[in-house]
Design a protein around this ligand. Structure first.
Ligand SMILES: [Zn+2]
Length: 315
């Protein structure tokens, strides 16, 4: 039986695992992204850990990462991986280190391929997966195939400008969606609303540096008014962005994946309300907004591995 190494490079963690043909995890581990100084160091660290703890062979490596150009197989100008360089030839670095085939795929595309191979979208032709985490990404399937665009860069929804002259974004532009609904954006909104709220809030009970999207959603579930305002603001921007996609592409389903999506129904329900409000009436009740049921860390690793299978099936 063949086994593959799947790696998910996120702004916070690098999660990796070895999975066999039956989708069984044989090994899984993670590294904090901020502890890694370069892509070469990442390849060396994973190589060393596997050599020590996993004794089997690997038939290929799938890597999901942000800002991947799938044509050049490089990470290009990733705002959340700036210290690794502007152009990161990740496929080359990992092939040199591991001496096996490497396929590099945009992290949101990995989530979408994972949903198609292992998740709820097996039977679907037209769907989208939106990843909500440090960054905000989008993977699009049209007529049963992943759509990657002319330059391999399709799906950068996190950098769609929502507000002219809005918050400054790491990409160099301002007002990008990610600056409002990415992890840091949500935290910033929460702090701004706390500052201007006259009443009390459950968020006052934790130190400002401990405020995370998870804490905000937890407080919102307890009807904390400030937190509910934050969730509503996130849902409105996200719902607007999804409605725009649905009007353009007429998807069957849209899935929410990634850390922030795990907040559950409190975000999904409100997002759905705004999505329907801004979607054309004749498709409004047909499109479904769902939370991906693939376990978060597993999903991204499985998606990266599915990318090798998808790649081989196209050859
Ligand atoms: Zn941006």
């Amino acid at each position: 039986m063949k086994s593959y190494l799947g790696i998910d490079i996120g702004g916070t963690n690098v999660v990796f695992g070895v999975v066999n043909d039956q989708s069984e995890f044989k090994f899984q581990s993670s590294i904090k992204t901020k502890n890694i100084e370069s892509a070469q160091e990442l390849a060396d660290s994973i190589f060393k850990e596997l050599k020590e703890k996993y004794k089997g062979t690997i038939s290929g490596i799938g890597i999901g990462a942000p800002s991947v150009n799938c044509q050049t197989q490089q990470i290009e100008f990733a705002p959340n991986l700036q210290k690794w360089g502007d152009i990161i030839p990740l496929k080359q670095i990992f092939e040199d280190r591991f001496k096996t085939e490497v396929v590099l795929v945009n992290d949101a595309n990995a989530a979408a391929i994972g949903e198609k191979y292992f998740g709820d979208a097996k039977e679907l032709e037209n769907f989208a997966v939106i990843t909500l985490g440090t960054g905000v990404g989008l993977g699009i399937f049209i007529k049963g195939h992943l759509y990657t665009g002319d330059n391999g860069m399709a799906g950068e929804i996190g950098h769609v400008v929502m507000r002219a002259d809005g918050r400054e974004c790491k990409c160099g532009n301002s007002g990008c969606l990610e600056t409002y609904i990415g992890k840091k954006g949500i935290i910033r909104t929460a702090k701004e609303k706390l500052e201007f709220s006259s009443g009390g809030s459950l968020l006052h009970e934790i130190s400002p540096s401990a405020i995370t999207p998870l804490e905000v959603f937890k407080a919102a579930k307890k009807e904390d008014p400030v937190s509910l305002e934050v969730v509503d603001a996130v849902a409105k921007d996200l719902g607007y962005a999804i409605a725009l996609l649905v009007n353009l592409f007429d998807f069957q389903n849209v899935y929410l994946a990634g850390g922030v999506a795990k907040s559950g129904n409190i975000l999904r329900k409100r997002t759905e309300k705004y999505m329907k409000l801004y979607t054309l009436p004749n498709i409004r009740d047909k499109v479904k907004l769902k939370i991906s049921e693939i376990n978060d860390s597993h999903g991204a690793v499985l998606g990266a591995i599915a990318a090798i299978k998808e790649n081989r099936s196209q050859i």
